[in-house]
Ligand binder design. Structure first.
Ligand SMILES: O=C(O)CCC(=O)C(=O)O
Ligand SMILES: [Fe+2]
Length: 330
């Protein structure tokens, strides 16, 4: 089975940055994921406590907190069963998304998702912003910034590998990021092999993943082998999205990934994780292969806003058909 490369953070010297860049590229090319130490702000305990505190709230409080996140952010809470990433089983997870309000996802939600996701009925029952909620939201903003900073370092490394002008990839990202907190409750009704999160590729840019020690995340390597991703303490996993793979002329592997019950003890365990989706900016147009050669006029470019809108539509349709087939069965 293929080992997942475990990198060290480079010093500021050009030689160290270049070495880091090529190690990262090698991991994304051969496996589709690298382990990278987190920046100091993102210690495991800080991340874990924020997840635990948020998901301990009632569903109404979670929705209320999501709605109270303030500009430039927009929050959405998706309760259990609200979203399904593949057409296998229903995902068994609940989610808080902290989006940039001008980003594609927030705008898509405002256009289409208001009924299903941001229903504000009965929110009056919730007491106004308590100290606990204020503390938690301040923490989430900090985590968001720390992940964005780490994502920028990954993009800067890719600029070195693909000999792009300094700051070019960084500038084409950063306005369309989403911080996603995930909670997978214990699932005694599942069996070994059950899917907690359906197999999928992320969409664009890069994704940073943090997880607790429960386990169950797997990636599909370019050799079509599912490999366990057990991110070491103090590290995050770096993955690439589908657009990044196409931009790089398939030299980067946007690894499909999923979360399954891979050992019986996980049935009793709560699983917490964080995904930071550093999507390519809303207004970018990406020519496939253009990181390795000049784009030809014959190539059809990927218009990020349209590409992402289609992805969000697909997920909503998948989830809706799942919900209606459940209703048909019951
Ligand atoms: O929960 C995880 O570890 C993975 C989450 C993920 O892949 C996603 O939300 O896209
Ligand atoms: Fe993912």
């Amino acid at each position: 089975m293929q080992a997942i490369p475990h990198l060290s953070l480079p010093s500021d010297s050009t030689a160290a940055q270049t070495e880091f860049a090529y190690q990262l590229f090698d991991a994304l090319f051969r496996v589709g994921v690298a382990y990278v130490p987190v920046l100091p702000l993102m210690q495991d305990a800080v991340l874990f406590n924020s997840l635990r505190d948020f998901f301990a709230l009632s569903d109404l409080q979670k929705r209320s907190l999501a709605q109270q996140l303030s500009s430039p952010w927009q929050g959405v809470f998706l309760p259990l069963g609200q979203e399904q990433l593949s057409d296998e089983n229903e995902d068994y997870k609940e989610v808080l998304d902290l989006n940039l309000e001008n980003g594609t996802y927030a705008q898509w939600l405002q256009r289409w998702g208001t009924h299903s996701y941001t229903d504000s009925s009965s929110l009056e029952e919730i007491p106004p912003h308590s100290e606990e909620l204020a503390r938690l939201t301040a923490q989430l903003y900090k985590i968001f910034h720390a992940f964005q900073e780490q994502a920028n370092r990954v993009l800067a490394a890719l600029e070195i590998v693909y000999q792009q002008p300094p700051n070019s990839l960084v500038k084409q990202h950063g306005q369309n990021s989403t911080l996603r907190l995930l909670h997978y409750p214990p699932a005694p009704h599942f069996t070994l092999g059950s899917v907690r999160l359906g197999a999928h590729q992320d969409y664009s840019g890069i994704t940073l993943l943090w997880q607790d020690s429960t386990g169950g995340l797997e990636v599909l390597t370019p050799n079509y082998e599912w490999v366990a991703v057990d991110i070491p303490p103090g590290c995050i996993g770096v993955l690439a999205g589908e657009v990044m793979q196409r931009w790089s002329g398939d030299t980067i592997h946007a690894a499909p990934h999923r979360v399954r019950i891979t050992d019986a003890q996980q049935l009793q365990k709560t699983r917490y994780s964080i995904a930071f989706f550093c999507e390519t900016n809303h207004d970018c147009v990406v020519y496939p292969g253009s990181l390795i050669s000049e784009p030809s006029l014959a190539d059809t470019p990927i218009v990020i806003q349209e590409f992402l809108d289609r992805k969000y539509d697909q997920i909503q349709n998948q989830t809706a058909s799942n919900v209606s087939s459940d209703k048909a069965v019951n």
